[in-house]
Design a protein around this ligand. Structure first.
Ligand SMILES: [Zn+2]
Ligand SMILES: [Zn+2]
Length: 348
């Protein structure tokens, strides 16, 4: 086996990334080495590529980037006996400490010592990837490798929708990029009465309408909120709003659209502090507000798998672009231009 590999690296502070030759990682006794086949590019990776305020405050270059992957196990550590070379796997990229209160009470997704691959430690945009065996997710043979490569954002969508009941309810989803689109489909399958997709981009709205949404709204049009509210009981508001844009206007719309006594789940990350009239937006409206972080380990993963196995969700229509890894610059460009929904890098 060659002792070097290529990896996509955030080499230094500033815009861009670089392909570098790196030593093939060594396998720890509780780890596996994964030969990466496909990786998904996430909005997080775009932030790191662009080196925005969040990236500059969180990421310490040099770092191998990437956290969405599927690959084949090529080596297992001495203490690992539930996995073997040749297994097709993805994995939970949030690595908790395993011993704190949160990790020990089924809340490992909010461990305070959390390390995220491709953000806090080396990630998966590489030919070989060393990963804790406890975080590996074995991919069932019925599931396409392309779908397995994007289980991470699919899990974000699943966790956000499942955080409250949506059955028999009206649901608005603000921001229908890849995760918002997945949420449209999951909410529809989970029994939502109506799913309202909100996004400024026409191609995403039209995909939403073919992917679980009953109506789609352009937030740049005048009076779109009034038109949306007409679909709710006495125009009083939507039962559940899922905020996935992280934009100031999206957050503002969220609290205008939710009905009194309704529920809000926030997944989108605002670029800076947001001002909100708490009394009018939440307290007097008696809103239940939830922050959503990552996925439940591993309840969400089992839900994601089951929705695919039962053919309730097909993730492949969301993959609009595929590039060989050497063409990563073009892959990031289509995302920056807003042309893509989900982009896959192929590693061979
Ligand atoms: Zn991601
Ligand atoms: Zn922990």
């Amino acid at each position: 086996m060659p002792d070097t590999m290529e990896a996509l690296v955030k080499a230094s502070a500033g815009r861009g990334m670089a392909l570098e030759t790196r030593p093939r990682p060594a396998c720890g006794e509780n780890d596996v080495i994964i030969r990466i086949r496909k990786t998904g590019i996430c909005g997080t990776d775009v932030h790191i590529y662009q080196w925005d305020h969040w990236a500059a405050s969180r990421v310490h270059p040099p770092l191998v980037v990437g956290h969405e992957f599927v690959g084949i196990i090529e080596e297992v550590g001495a203490e690992v006996d539930h996995l073997k070379p040749g297994d097709l796997v993805s994995g939970e990229g949030h690595i908790g400490c395993g011993v704190c209160y949160f990790c020990r009470t089924g809340q490992g997704h909010i461990c305070r010592q959390m390390q995220i691959i491709g953000v806090d430690r080396d990630g998966c945009f590489a030919h070989h990837f060393c990963f804790p065996a406890a975080n590996v997710w074995k991919v069932r043979p019925e599931i396409p490798a392309d779908a397995a490569a994007i289980f991470d954002p699919y899990g974000n969508a699943m966790h956000t929708v499942m955080a409250q009941s949506v059955a028999g309810k009206t649901v608005a989803i603000i921001g229908v990029g890849a995760i918002g689109l997945m949420a449209c489909k999951i909410a529809a399958v989970a029994g939502a009465l109506s799913v309202f997709a909100v996004d400024p981009q026409e191609h995403k709205r039209s995909l939403a309408l073919r992917y679980g949404a009953s109506e789609a709204f352009d937030p740049n049009e005048t009076a779109w909120k009034q038109r949306l509210l007409r679909h709710t009981r006495e125009s009083s508001g939507v039962d559940v709003v899922l905020e996935m844009s992280g934009s100031r206007s999206g957050l503002q719309a969220t609290f205008e659209l939710v009905r009194p006594g309704g529920e809000v789940a926030l997944l989108g990350i605002p670029p800076s502090d947001v001002t909100l009239n708490l009394a009018e937006s939440i307290i007097f409206k008696a809103i239940t507000l939830r922050g959503i972080n990552g996925r439940l380990m591993f309840e969400t993963w089992y839900q994601c798998e089951q929705f695919l196995l039962e053919h309730k969700v097909d993730l492949l229509p969301l993959i609009t672009h595929r590039f060989p890894y050497r063409e990563y610059q073009e892959a990031f460009a289509v995302l920056e231009r807003g042309e893509a929904v989900k982009v896959i890098l192929e590693w061979g």
